[in-house]
Structure formats: C-alpha cells, structure tokens
Design a protein around this ligand. Structure first.
Ligand SMILES: Cc1cc2nc3c(=O)[nH]c(=O)nc-3n(C[C@H](O)[C@H](O)[C@H](O)COP(=O)(O)OP(=O)(O)OC[C@H]3O[C@@H](n4cnc5c(N)ncnc54)[C@H](O)[C@@H]3O)c2cc1C
Length: 400
C-alpha cells in the first residue's frame, strides 16, 4: 500500500478544505438554529460553486458526471467534507444518495440511468433507501414483511418502513421488498425504484432523533406502502438480487461513513484542544495544564490516527482486491471507527463543560446525529461477530 498522497490529490484536498472552511463553516450556526430546509436556497448556491470548481460528486466516474476518484481518494475527500455538517451535501456525495447513485451506475438499465441517475448526479433531485422495518430486526434483514407482488406489468408493494432517511423532499425511494418468498433467504428480496409521488406511498412522520425531528435532507421517515404500484421495469438488476446489490452498496458506503467520521473527529479534536488552551481554571492556568485533559488529547490523537489508517487500508484493499477480499477489514473499521468517533466527541463535549451540550458549537449536533453510528450499516455486535467468525474459521472453529 502506497501512503503517498499524489500532487493531484493534495491539490483537490486543499481546495475542498478551503471551501469547507470559508463557505460552509459560517453557515453552520444558522443551520443549527433554523434546520436544514431553511438552508436549502443558500446550499443550492454553494453547490453551484462546487460545480464551478470542478469538485462536484467526487465519488462518481467522469463518464457519469462526477470527479472520478478511486474509493481511497474519495475517502480522503470524505474526511475533509466530514468536518462540516454541510460538507457532503454541498458536494453531492451524501448518504443515502451516494449509495443510490453507485447502485444505479452498477445495476441500472439505460432507462433507469437516464430517468434517475442523471438528475441525481446533477443534484436536481434527492433519493432515499427504504429497507428497515419497525416490526422486524434490521440486523436480520432477510426477515422482512414488505412484499412486492407482480400483477401484469406492475409490482404491487405493501409494507411499513422506518428510518427511510431523507425521504422528506426526495423524488424516489429504492425499497427492499420480498418478491421471491419461496427462494433461499438471501434471494427472496428485490430493490425496486418507487417515485415518492406514487399513489399508496404514504408519509407517516419524521422519526425524531433524541427529540429532534429534523426536516428535508436531515430527517428519518416512517413510511407506508399501501398497494403501491410501479412498473415492473423499476426493479434494479434481477428480481431476487436485492441482497447481492445491498452488499455491493455497503462496502464503499462504510468507507464513506468512516472517513466522514474521521473528519468529525478532527473537528471535535480541534475544538477540544482550542478549549483546553483557552479556558482558564484560574488566571494563567488553562484546562490543558491538567493531566486528565492531556490524557484525553493524547488518546484521541492516537485513536484517530489508528482509525484513519485502518479505513484507508480497507479502501485500498477494495480498490485493488475487491470487496470480497476486504470483508473483514470493512467490519473492523465499522465498529472501531464508530467507537473512536463517539469517544472523541464525548471528550470534546466534556472539555467544553455545559457549553458542550449547547448549540454554540457543532459538538451537540454531532452527538445527536452520530450516536447512530454504532447502529446503522450493521450494529457493532454484528460486525464483531463477522470478524470473530472469520478469524476463528481460520483456526477450525465453525460458528453458524
Ligand atoms: C441514523 C440512522 C439512519 C438510518 N438510515 C437508514 C436508511 O436510510 N434506510 C434504512 O433502511 N435503514 C436505516 N437505518 C436503520 C438501520 O439500518 C437499523 O437501525 C440497523 O440495521 C439495526 O436494526 P434495528 O434498529 O432494527 O435493530 P435490531 O436489529 O433490532 O438490533 C437491536 C440491537 O441488538 C443487538 N444485536 C443485533 N444483532 C445481534 C447479534 N447477532 N448479536 C448480538 N447482538 C445483536 C445490537 O446491539 C443492536 O443494536 C438507519 C438507522 C439510524 C440509526
């Protein structure tokens, strides 16, 4: 693995960083006060500037209208963007759209690409991904109640989903539904494109996170599909390929998230150090003179460095050896980085005292938005099980 950062990437990273610091940091206090929807017009202007700078959609190939970075390169950009709560959205590489773009590139028909991928890459529309159900464990996604039954040339979809993130304002959802109930568990479900204005696709509520309902892109909806009909050609790939496609989506998705978290870690770390250097316990005696604060700073520094290297190695392995070869690394980074992320945010909050849980810094927003890091895209426990199973398998232990 080559750790050198090419001159091309050094230039891109410097320009992204400058944009994030100059254009996005100043908007953050207003975004915290007024919510995401109120910021959309200003963010539209920022997005236009990103396009002009030639930095738009870094993770998508040039052929499809992006910057065409490798996963490793995009990981580095994702870290810089992660420093701002508005970073990924402004560059059109935010979850869940980024993952939806990737699977449309990989599995979409020409017609699906024209109708859904192109406007998504252009930033004209947003999308969501609708898999998790309130009544069934997301950790065992093959156990799912939502069905899509073929009637004539339509799918008729019925079911209830929640945590369909960013449904609010999206043009379409990609829903996971059981289409082949008699098939083996991992071949039962399909991913189907459902425009949000389809009759029978009903919004229930934005599920509040720690009391915060959010809106627009910053939201997590509960939705119902009630005899919701879409054309058969809206299926992605072959019917029954839903889980295979989901696997393809999750590998890069975890690199994107983990590197975004590294950006949050670095910003939180900066804030923690600044506070430690300037908050005086007594005249001339800043907080940073206390050993416990020094310990938090040192531990955070080491943990962030370690986590970043693990993610870059996993990204490199996916780029060079493929997803299957990197499965263990992908699970390792998912739980390790989520743990580092929450520890660093928590320490930074603690160093700020009461201020840390106010909206005067981004720290409280980070905590609210990122506590889910240990749950989404596979809970910690599931990833630890995956790693242990593979490791022990090499020692002859079989775990079912
Ligand atoms: C912020 C956020 C955004 C999300 N966005 C989306 C989205 O856009 N689309 C979407 O479809 N879903 C989304 N989700 C849902 C997410 O994918 C699920 O929450 C996740 O898969 C876990 O499922 P669950 O919540 O049903 O928990 P459950 O499966 O009920 O698990 C509960 C807990 O049980 C434990 N556990 C589970 N399995 C095991 C095991 N094998 N061994 C030991 N312990 C175990 C874990 O601690 C886990 O947290 C989002 C979730 C969050 C928090």
């Amino acid at each position: 693995m080559d750790f050198g950062i090419s001159p091309k990437m050094q230039d891109i990273l410097a320009r992204v960083r400058e944009f994030v610091e100059k254009e996005l940091y100043p908007l953050e206090p207003e975004a915290r006060d007024r919510g995401f929807k109120a910021m959309v017009p200003q963010l539209r202007e920022k997005r236009a500037k990103v396009k002009q700078l030639g930095l738009w959609c870094p993770q998508i190939s040039r052929e499809h209208g992006g910057l065409g970075l490798t996963l490793l390169e995009h990981g580095m950009v994702s870290e810089v963007l992660g420093r701002s709560t508005l970073g990924h959205y402004s560059f059109n590489c935010q979850a869940p759209d980024a993952g939806n773009m990737e699977i449309l590139v990989q599995f979409g028909t020409d017609e699906q690409k024209k109708k859904w991928l192109r406007p998504l890459v252009e930033g004209e529309i947003r999308s969501c991904f609708s898999m998790t159900e309130p009544e069934r464990p997301g950790s065992n996604p093959v156990w799912m109640d939502t069905t899509a039954v073929k009637e004539g040339n339509e799918w008729v979809i019925n079911g209830r989903k929640w945590f369909t993130s960013s449904y609010d304002g999206a043009a379409f959802a990609i829903v996971m539904a059981v289409t082949n109930p008699e098939a083996p568990p991992h071949k039962r479900a399909s991913q189907i494109i459902v425009p949000t204005n389809t009759p029978g696709f009903k919004f229930v509520r934005n599920v509040p996170l720690f009391g915060h309902e959010g809106d627009d892109y910053d939201s997590h909806a509960e939705v119902v599909y009630e005899n919701c009909r879409v054309p058969v050609e809206n299926v992605l790939g072959e019917p029954g390929a839903g889980f295979a496609i989901a696997q393809e989506r999750l590998g890069p998705g975890r690199i994107h998230h983990c590197m975004r978290w590294m950006g949050i870690c670095e910003r939180s770390f900066d804030l923690m150090c600044q506070r430690a250097a300037t908050r005086e316990l007594a005249p001339g005696k800043p907080l940073g003179t206390q050993q416990i604060i020094q310990q938090w700073i040192a531990e955070s520094r080491a943990e962030i460095n370690a986590a970043r290297l693990m993610v870059l190695e996993a990204a490199w392995k996916i780029d060079n050896q493929g997803m299957a070869e990197a499965r263990e690394e992908i699970s390792c980074i998912k739980f390790f980085c989520a743990d580092v992320l929450l520890k660093v945010i928590d320490r930074a909050i603690q160093v700020h005292g009461a201020m840390g849980i106010t909206s005067d810094t981004p720290l409280a927003t980070y905590w609210r938005n990122e506590r889910g890091a240990r749950i989404y895209d596979g809970a910690d426990e599931v990833h630890k099980m995956v790693v242990a199973k593979r490791v022990l398998g090499r020692y002859g232990v079989k775990i079912s």
